[in-house]
Design a protein around this ligand. Sequence first.
Ligand code: GLN
Ligand code: ZN
Length: 755
Amino acid sequence: MKKHIAGFPRIGVGRELKKALEAYWKGVISQEVLEATCRRLKLHHWGIQESAGLSYVATGDFSLYDHVLDVTAMLGAVPERFGEFDAAGVGIDTYFRMARGDAAANIAAMEMTKWFNTNYHYIVPEISPSFSPSLSSRRIVEDTREAIKAGFRPKPVLVGPVTWLSLAKASEGYDRWEKLEEVVAVYCGILSELAEFCSLIQLDEPVLCADMVPQAIEAFVPVYKRLNAASGNASLLLATYFDTLDDNLDLALSSGCGGLHVDLVRGRGCLEQVLGSLPSGMIFSAGIVDGRNIWKTDFEQALDVLVRIRGDVGEERFMIASSCSLLHSPVDLEEETSLNPELKNWMAFAVQKCDEISVLGDILDCWDCSEALIENTEAIQSRRNSAWVENKEIREHCASISDQMLHRSSTYQERREKQAWLNLPLFPTTTIGSFPQTAEVRRQRRLFSKGTLGAGEYEQFLKDEIHEIIGRQEDLGLDVLVHGEVERNDMVEYFGQQMEGFCFTENGWVQSYGSRCVKPPIIYGDVSRSGPMTVEWSTFAQSLTTKPVKGMLTGPVTILSWSFVRDDLERSEVCRQIALALRDEVQDLEHAGIRVIQIDEAALSEGMPLKKKDRASYLRWAVDAFRLTSSGVSDSTQIHTHMCYSEFNHIIGAIAAMDADVISIESSRSRMELLDAFRDFRYPNEIGPGIYDIHSPRVPSKEEMMKLLEKALVFIPKERLWVNPDCGLKTRAWPETLASLRNMVAAAHALRDIH
Ligand code: GLN
Ligand code: ZN
């Protein structure tokens, strides 16, 4: 039985790649040392795959920054602003400048955006009329040769041309598809080279699982005809993942590729359809082990499916695989020493997933794996029957949610009058929540978590900080204050730690972009709140001032999106449980006298399904979860929400349906975007379009911010316009924060004088 994975995480179990990259960028280590670290990591990862018993090791999946940028470099798609690259190809420094920009030369980085519906960010290729595709990086060939030299059997992996072009952004008015022919020619070159020493090459075309534009649909089959012709004796494995193939199944089946990889976790729905029409020569790669979650595969269930497929396609044409690249799962469960052993026994990280694939193959090959099978069955049973997973009270509580609980008592117009007691001026000023988390704040937190600092002392330190932060906001003359979020290092982890049903890893890092990693909490059981989570901090802050202090919560959809979620309950149901717990928190805040409450939904659009047809139902439950969280308060309490992106013209209906009294959004990075966002803006309640970019230390002038506000006023009536930065200020330093906020408040004052 053939077994493989679609790719392995590259960051390293101890985040070695992150550390090496950051040291290289700081100039602390040389390119040779960086490359040596990479070589060690690759060899180690290949070793893991081989010793697990997989038939191939993935090559080309390792990347110094991003696998989409790797293809961009391979094609020589270097935007003009980065200058000429030398004939030897795109060197490592050009590569990093593309990814990170060049501050010294004032050259902006290429844009970065989410890889389909994951939390991984890729570097967006830029296509201009002057781009002339030519083979400019042979990294994938070199990596593959390295694997062979070390005695491994490689399967090179690269993003296919149709997905690459689909994800690119073209210069204004230019049709990117005009470059297709030349792009494919470069692919053909690299494939024919790889084909000399590989029998199987994986081309990733996840775009087949999304809505494709007509040009991509039209191009697909002819492009693959050429790619197949160029690949000589090697077989192309067309890899699809993240959803079902649906309408694009025919394209995949007519591609002429030697094999088709299907995601049987997120794309199970099209299995019968695929089996029913798979051409007789085509290999079926069954992506049965979830590459995007941390749960053990249920062998019994998996074997049912696998046996069924093998019966249909025959042993010769069958491969067992991960659903997608393991890039999206943490590296090695063995590194977790403080996870509860029962919970740990339910999980599998990348290393363990390689073993799972291998064991599944061995079982089908009739090897004696009874021990592994029994172990797996026991783990699955233990999870299914555990008293920690299901809580009757929570289930009943969820079942009793009424429609009325999803609605505020009155309309926004009526609530507005009842909120007049807040006595806010025209163009009220506020911030998004966090204030600079200084080295001292981080140091104290570290000392506390190590146990060096007692709980009492730590609490006193935080209260002193809050005191300081409130004072600074009063001095600035802000209208609605915040406590500053000094007690949190992460907007999801902080809440997860105070709720039942969550657990946390020590080393479960997953690459988010470049050297950045996140460590998502794991939701394993029914979620409930152990007790008030934020009330003490907010009321303390409120006790220090007569200005209103905003309570600050992370919303249910964001907590869900940034966690590993249990797979034994619908996501919408898990979200409802979180919402119900947060609803209690909102009400507790209100009772404690916190009458302005912000519920952040930074990740609302991240959880969006890939296909348009599935979006309405997602938005429905996501919006309901927000409303369940926010609607239990009286009309006179003001609910805010915050979102971190500006492109939401397409979901504006859903955002309006959330019915927050005030929404703050990111919008300052480009003035044009601000205009765009508001051109057709039909948001009926109050809005604070961010008027300065918190991602940069630059201090915007009062005049600059006034101009942005005047632009916003073209679309938003003055009674409904708030004045605030783009997002939280935790990554900033105090001096620029104070200077920027001073100018921001001055801009609001000046505007009040005019209007
Ligand atoms: N309230 C959060 C903060 O200010 C919001 C962060 C976010 O939107 N990502 O940090
Ligand atoms: Zn934000």
